[in-house]
Design a protein around this ligand. Structure first.
Ligand SMILES: [Fe+2]
Ligand SMILES: [Fe+2]
Length: 474
C-alpha cells in the first residue's frame, strides 16, 4: 500500500477510514511537535537539511531526498506490507495464524514491550540535542539530524500501535512517552543507557554503533512477533535503522583513519603526541568502545529471565532471525550458562534454553559487533601497527544480571575489587579523557571541510559530492 502524504499524518494504514483513531492521533500530533520543539535539536529549526523521507515501504527505493526544515518533516505511520497467510514462527502456538488484534491475556505484556521500545526513540533525540553545535562537518550534521527525525518517526510507529490496539491505556502511555526525559531526575527514561548524556561526537558514533545495534536486535526479535501489526511496524523500522549503524561504523572508521595519518606524520604511537596533534589515540578510542559496548549489553537484560521465556513461549518476542534456527519451541533445549561462583572463578551450568534467551540474543549481537572491529583492525594492521581494538568481555562493567558489580576486566578476568577500582580509569574514559575529547569538538560548518580529528567519508549522501551543502544553517 502506498503512502498517503495528502493527509495531516502521512500513513499507509488507511487512517481516513478509522475516524476515531485518526482524531486521537491528530490530538497527539501537536504534543509531539511541541516535544520536538523543546527537546529536539531546537537551535536548528530554521536550517534546511538534506533529509530522506519515506515514500514507500519497499526495500529498494523507499526514500526521497530533499531540503527540509526539521519541524516540517513529515513524520508518519508506515508498516511493511503484510505477509499473506503468515503463521506464528516460534513458541507453543507455532504454526497457528498470527494475531491481528491483541489477545486479552497478553495485553499488558505486549503494551510493556511496545512502551519500552518506544521510550528509547525520543530518548536518543534528547540525548543528542546539543551535538549540532560541535559538528565535525555538514555531512555529519546532516546524518545526526537524519537519525534524529527517524527516531522521532520510530516514536510515531510505537504510538500508532498504542493508540490503535490498546485503547485508553495506550493513549495514556503515548502521553507518558513525551513526559519522561533522558537524564531527568524525576522522570527519567526507562533504560539506563538512554539516560547517559551524549555530549561529544565520539560518543555519538559509539552510541550509533552499539546502542542502535541493540535497537536492531530488539526490532528483529519483535519483527518475529505473533502480533502482526507489531511485526510489520518493526520490519519497516529496521530499514531506517541500517543508516544509524552506518553512521556509527563509518564514523569510528574515519576517526581511526585520521589517527593513523597523524601517527604516520609524527612517526610515533605515543598517545600524548597524538593528542597534542588534535587526534584521538587508539587506546582512548578503546575506552569509549568499552564504555558504550558494556552499557549497551545491559539492554539485553538478565542472563536468566523468566520474562524472556514466557515472551518466547507465548509468541510475543522471538529470537532475531528466528528462521536461522531449527528448533523453534525450545521446550527440550538447554544452554551452558556462565556465572561467577563467588570465589573468583566462573561456574558453568546447564539451564533451560527458554530462560537463557537474553543471553542468546546478547551473544548474536556481539557477533554482529565484531564485524566492524575486524574492518577497523585490518586498517590498523595495514598501517603497520600492532595495536588491536577489541570488544570488552560481556562480563565487564555490567549493571544488571549475574555479573552485576563483579570486578571483571575488559579481557574477562575476575580480579580483586581493589585492583578493579585502581584500573577502571585505564578501561573507560576518565574525566580528563572526556575533557580532551570535548576540547576537540569545535564546529566545522563549511561545505566539504572536516574537523582535524576525523577523516572525510568515502562518499557523500545519495551520490552528492562531499562539498555539497548538506545543511544550510540560517
Ligand atoms: Fe529507532
Ligand atoms: Fe536508531
Amino acid at each position: 500500500m502506498s503512502i498517503n502524504y495528502s493527509e495531516k499524518i502521512p500513513n499507509n494504514v488507511n487512517l481516513t477510514n478509522e475516524r476515531t483513531l485518526q482524531r486521537a492521533l491528530e490530538h497527539w500530533q501537536p504534543h509531539f511537535l511541541q516535544w520536538w520543539h523543546e527537546m529536539g535539536p531546537t537551535d536548528f529549526e530554521k536550517a534546511d537539511v538534506y533529509l530522506r523521507t519515506a515514500i514507500s515501504v519497499d526495500a529498494d527505493g523507499w526514500a526521497q531526498y530533499g531540503a527540509v526544515k526539521m519541524p516540517d518533516y513529515r513524520w508518519g505511520i508506515f508498516l511493511a506490507d503484510a505477509v499473506a497467510d503468515r503463521t506464528i514462527g516460534f513458541g507453543d502456538a507455532m504454526g497457528e495464524p498470527v494475531w491481528q488484534q491483541v489477545p486479552g491475556e497478553y495485553r499488558s505484556t505486549l503494551r510493556r514491550l511496545i512502551v519500552t521500545q518506544g521510550d528509547t526513540e525520543p530518548a536518543s533525540v534528547e540525548q543528542q540535542r546539543l551535538l549540532g553545535h560541535s559538528c565535525p562537518s555538514l555531512y555529519d550534521l546532516r546524518n545526526l539530524f537524519q537519525i534524529n527525525v527517524e527516531e522521532g518517526r520510530h516514536l510515531w510507529a510505537m504510538v500508532y500501535l498504542l493508540h490503535a490496539y490498546f485503547g485508553r491505556d495506550g493513549r495514556e502511555e503515548a502521553e507518558e512517552l513525551l513526559a519522561r526525559h533522558s537524564g531527568d531526575a524525576d522522570k527519567p527514561r526507562i533504560l539506563s543507557t538512554f539516560n547517559e548524556p551524549i555530549t561529544d561526537w565520539l560518543s555519538l558514533y559509539c552510541f550509533t554503533y552499539f546502542t542502535d545495534r541493540d535497537g536492531k536486535y530488539q526490532l528483529k526479535s519483535l519483527a518475529e512477533s505473533a502480533f502482526d501489526p507489531l511485526s510489520r511496524t518493526c520490519r519497516f523500522m529496521l530499514t531506517e535503522e541500517a543508516h544509524h549503524m552506518f553512521v556509527g561504523e563509518t564514523g569510528i572508521g574515519r576517526v581511526i583513519k585520521r589517527t593513523l595519518e597523524v601517527m604516520k606524520e609524527l612517526g610515533t604511537d605515543d598517545p600524548a603526541a597524538i593528542r597534542a596533534q588534535g587526534a584521538v589515540d587508539l587506546p582512548l578510542l578503546q575506552k569509549y568502545l568499552n564504555f558504550w559496548c558494556s552499557s549497551s549489553l545491559d539492554l539485553f537484560g538478565s542472563e536468566i529471565s523468566s520474562n524472556a521465556a514466557s515472551n518466547f513461549a507465548n509468541g510475543l518476542k522471538g529470537r532475531p532471525d528466528e528462521s536461522q534456527y531449527e528448533d523453534h519451541v525450545l521446550r527440550e533445549a538447554s544452554f551452558a550458562m556462565e556465572s561467577p561462583d563467588g570465589h573468583g572463578s566462573v561456574r558453568t551450568e546447564q539451564v533451560p534454553m527458554l530462560n537463557a534467551l537474553n543471553e542468546v540474543m546478547r551473544a548474536s549481537y556481539l557477533k554482529d559487533c565484531e564485524i566492524g572491529l575486524r574492518r577497523w583492525n585490518r586498517g590498523i594492521e595495514r598501517a603497520g601497527h600492532a595495536f588491536r581494538l577489541a570488544l570488552p568481555s560481556p562480563h565487564f562493567r555490567r549493571s544488571i544480571g549475574a555479573w552485576v558489580d563483579q570486578p571483571v576486566t575488559p579481557a574477562g578476568k575476575i580480579v580483586s575489587a581493589e585492583e578493579y577500582a585502581k584500573l577502571i580509569g585505564d578501561w573507560i574514559p576518565t574525566e580528563a579523557d572526556k575533557a580532551f575529547v570535548r576540547s576537540l569538538m569545535q564546529k566545522v560548518a563549511e561545505p566539504g571541510k572536516m574537523a582535524a580529528w576525523i577523516a572525510p567519508p568515502d562518499r557523500g549522501i545519495n551520490n552528492q559530492p562531499l562539498d555539497y551543502q548538506y545543511v544550510k544553517l540560517q
